[in-house]
Design a protein around this ligand. Structure first.
Ligand code: FEO
Length: 395
């Protein structure tokens, strides 16, 4: 069912209440999601993006209630990923000559996925303009690496709407559709989770892109992303948050992360969390067992932290595989300007801390010298040493 965004602009997407993961199983979804497509009914009838392929029938049914497919003048594809381009094969089988406006890289991604080089692609780049009525036009803005090389945003003059694609979105089903009606805390937390887990590797590019968009002097009344709520109340608040997040973001928070075999490393983790709180009551302290909490939710907290402490027992001259996999993901995120400490129990050889130290350094963390390498189960002196680690992390 379509819903009005502003004047002749309508949301026509899929509120995906059942969705639990994205990018295979690499991104967890806790509150559903949406794929937002938009229909502009000016002199020219424009469809901006579609939805994920499994929802094609529902999407096309809804679309045909608003417009005969043959009356669609232009299709804008801001990004070729399947959650937005998924209905193209069906649409193009019905209206094969309809022009598709997209970036040069999107032609590559769409042809690569659907194998139809004969579709009527029209490549656009930043600043290109497509008039759609006497006084309204679409202006294209390439958004390379936010988060794919093909990503693009489309700006509608007159209504001052920026269709920003994945950027500024949240993986959350927002029945209320607009940010002023939604749960504001959840909205910002989901926007942050998306940034931390998907966009943080590209933070230097995000920074440059935000500066470039600023220079375009676009008057923005609404930011309409491809997932989650549409920002119509103070839309620049999410741009301001992105400006902070892309610039080595950290809050007064320390996150303790660990896995454990026989609870020794767990006891050290708990002791460190207590010590951090004791020494700095105002610092937010979080603690997670890697095997029990979803990695994306932990990474969101790591992203907010000024420092982390990571614990694993030694296993076969290395660390637990849960911690190894988690560290691999951490390295992908390219976080900067954060401290780390390592700790863990061992029975025989005790290489765990060295491995943790090396992998955290590769992930871009400044690993402090103080550590806890605990033989068998922790004793009083091991817990006592947590005072030194906490003190150094809090410096
Ligand atoms: Fe929402 Fe990059 O797809």
């Amino acid at each position: 069912m379509k819903r009005q965004v502003k004047n002749n602009v309508y949301w026509l997407g899929k509120l995906d209440w059942e969705l639990e993961e994205f990018h295979g199983s690499d991104y967890s979804i806790n509150h559903g999601s949406s794929q937002n497509a938009y229909l502009i009914l000016e002199d020219k009838k424009v469809l901006i993006d579609t939805v994920w392929r499994p929802h094609t029938n529902e999407f096309i049914d809804n679309l045909e209630k608003e417009i005969a497919l043959k009356d669609i003048d232009y299709i804008i594809i801001n990004h070729g990923e399947v959650d937005h381009s998924g209905c193209l094969p069906y649409l193009m089988s019905k209206i094969p000559n309809t022009p598709i406006y997209c970036s040069a890289n999107a032609v590559k991604s769409i042809v690569g996925q659907y194998h139809h080089p004969e579709w009527n692609f029209n490549v656009v780049k930043t600043g290109d303009v497509l008039p759609i009525s006497k006084d309204k036009s679409l202006v294209f803005v390439e958004m390379k690496m936010l988060h794919w090389p093909d990503s693009m945003a489309t700006y509608l003059t007159g209504d001052n709407i920026l269709f920003s694609m994945d950027a500024f979105g949240q993986y959350e089903a927002v029945a209320e559709l607009f940010n002023d009606k939604a749960d504001k805390c959840l909205l910002m937390e989901e926007a942050l989770k998306y940034y931390a887990n998907i966009l943080s590797p590209f933070s230097p590019l995000v920074k440059k892109k935000l500066e470039e968009i600023k220079k375009l002097n676009l008057e923005i009344d609404i930011i309409a992303p491809s997932h989650g709520a549409i920002w119509r109340d103070n839309p620049m608040q999410i741009v301001d948050m992105y400006a902070k997040w892309c610039d080595n973001y950290k809050e007064d928070q320390i996150t303790v992360v660990y896995d454990t075999m026989w609870e020794g490393t767990m006891k050290l983790a708990h002791a460190l969390a207590e010590e951090l709180k004791e020494q700095s009551p105002t610092t937010v302290v979080k603690l997670y067992n890697i095997s029990k909490t979803n990695k994306n939710d932990i990474m969101t907290q790591v992203f907010k932290s000024k420092a982390i402490a990571l614990g694993s027992p030694t296993v076969s001259k290395s660390i637990l595989s849960s911690v190894g996999g988690w560290l691999h993901f951490l390295q992908e995120l390219s976080l900067k300007g954060k401290k780390a400490a390592v700790f863990g129990c061992y029975g025989w050889s005790g290489e765990g801390n060295k491995v943790l130290r090396e992998e955290l350094t590769k992930a871009g963390f400044e690993v402090i010298d103080q550590e806890e390498k605990c033989s068998w189960n922790p004793r009083e002196e091991n817990f006592e040493n947590m005072k030194n680690i906490a003190k150094e992390l809090l410096k």
